[in-house]
Ligand binder design. Structure first.
Ligand SMILES: [Mn+2]
Length: 469
């Protein structure tokens, strides 16, 4: 009951805090005719200077090469379009089927967009098309139609070779920018069905180009952009902070809403409501709400089990905000109080979680963190039931790109997730938070959600106003 009253009040007071500033700005700033950043179909979360700076930094590193960044294709399933992360990182542009050409020699960025019919634009909404307005708003050097791309590619390779220069093309070798471990898993799965291994669009492009310019040199830009994406800018951090607050609020409501006899999907729906009501564009992945033995299925998505007294339940969820994710997990008892055995495991995972996060600062590696967690598991006698890894990078992708072994620097966001998993007893406890590395330590972006047992019990006892008492 108390929680039901306190939440809306909190939201109102936050808004009230912003209102006077917005009002003030609207009074002080002269009404500028909507120019620079306002064109239909282009609505990036950050000012265009941010993207321009990224492209410049990227082009410095490809030297005299040319990078081809393929944007995502339109979706056939009527789910909301989501741009390819690398493409979005460099442009902030959501127009489907676009291609970005970055010429390291001239330092010029050229965007290629499909032609849209009047009908397309009416049905699908406005899209960026060639024109002075679009060039000015996006900060790109040139915007052309996609059917010009072929000649541009030939020009930037064959003609350059004729002139005695090199013609190196950079593409992505992990087009879905899947981190190494996951990619290995997916390759392994694909290898079991050899006729199903369609070439990636990038590989098809390389083959096409080699047929026309046999001596073209091809390299991968992945290492360059992965390192850039590993270290977040102030604006990216602000978006992740907002994501973190939503993810934390959602998990708190999930705890409040839990009672024996309710279904996992009810808890998932509650968490989704909180995240989307707060402005999340998407769930960063389908919510994982796993009770009882489902906890042992680490990526459990069915969410259709009725929760029983005596079960543990976990919610592993994340809100996507401005394309950025955070990732939080809390584990709690369905009946509101841990058994002695469950509490013993929880205390151990919590200690590993706290000691690991306490160690996050510049210069540390994920291996250092893992060693800390493993020591805790060992001291508590859970060594053989503990997960071997301690976490992952996070950002535009929930399992984000970037070196897993590199030392942390300010701006890296690492997800700490110690786990104890005992399938033979149907026990699984996972505690997870998104942690930003700062100049002098760290900031827990999802830290609004409490983690100590007394606070979990208190949240549970509040109940959710979205259910009958
Ligand atoms: Mn995670």
């Amino acid at each position: 009951m108390l929680g039901a009253l306190s939440r809306p009040t909190k939201i109102l007071s936050t808004k009230a805090g912003f209102l006077p500033l917005a009002l003030l700005l609207s009074l002080v700033l002269p009404s500028v005719p909507s120019s620079a950043s306002a064109i239909e179909g282009y609505d990036p979360p950050f000012p265009m200077e941010e993207y321009k700076e990224r492209r410049d930094r990227f082009m410095e590193q490809i030297e005299d090469g040319t990078a081809i960044i393929l944007g995502a294709q339109p979706r056939a399933d009527y789910l909301r379009f989501r741009q390819n992360n690398n493409f979005y990182y460099l442009t902030g542009l959501e127009t489907p089927n676009s291609v970005l050409l970055l010429d390291g020699t001239s330092g010029r960025s050229t965007l290629y967009v499909p032609r849209f019919s009047e009908r397309d634009l009416r049905v699908e909404g406005p899209q960026v098309q060639p024109g002075e307005d679009a060039v000015e708003a996006t900060g790109l050097d040139s915007i052309r139609y996609l059917d010009d791309l072929t000649t541009s590619l030939i020009a930037s390779t064959a003609f350059r070779q004729m002139g005695g220069g090199t013609s190196k093309i950079y593409i992505s070798s992990f087009p879905e920018e899947i981190p190494a471990g996951d990619n290995a898993f997916m390759s392994f799965m694909a290898a079991q069905v050899p006729w199903d291994g369609a070439m990636t669009r990038e590989a098809t492009l390389v083959r096409w180009l080699r047929d026309r310019v046999p001596l073209v040199e091809v390299g991968s830009y992945d290492a360059i952009i992965h390192e850039m994406r590993r270290v977040k800018s102030a604006r990216e951090i602000e978006s992740m902070r907002r994501s973190g607050k939503l993810s934390a609020e959602a998990v708190m409501e999930a705890i409040r809403g839990t009672r024996p006899g309710r279904f996992e999907y009810e808890i998932s729906a509650l968490a989704e409501f909180v995240m989307k009501r707060g402005g999340a564009a998407r769930l960063a992945w389908d919510n994982i709400v796993a009770s009882g033995p489902n906890g042992n299925v680490w990526h459990y998505f069915k969410n259709d089990r009725k929760m029983e007294n005596g079960d543990l339940v976990l919610a592993d969820i994340g809100a996507e905000f401005d394309y950025y994710s955070t990732d939080i997990t809390r584990s709690w008892p369905v009946g509101g109080r841990f058994t002695e055995e469950q509490k013993k495991i929880y205390d151990c995972v919590l200690e590993a979680h706290e000691k690991t996060i306490a160690a996050v600062k510049p210069g540390v590696t994920s291996a250092d963190l893992n060693a800390i967690a493993q020591r805790v598991f060992e001291e508590h006698g859970f060594k053989e039931h503990a997960a071997h890894g301690i976490g992952h990078l996070i950002g535009l992708s929930p399992h984000d790109v970037g070196s897993r072994s590199a030392e942390f620097v300010p701006g890296v966001v690492f997800n700490v997730e110690p786990i104890i998993d005992i399938p033979e007893k149907g026990l699984h406890i996972r505690l997870e938070d998104s942690v930003l590395v700062t100049e002098d330590g760290h900031e827990v972006l999802t830290g609004d959600a409490p983690i100590d047992i007394e606070s979990i019990y208190a949240l549970y006892d509040e109940g959710s106003r979205h259910f009958e008492p």
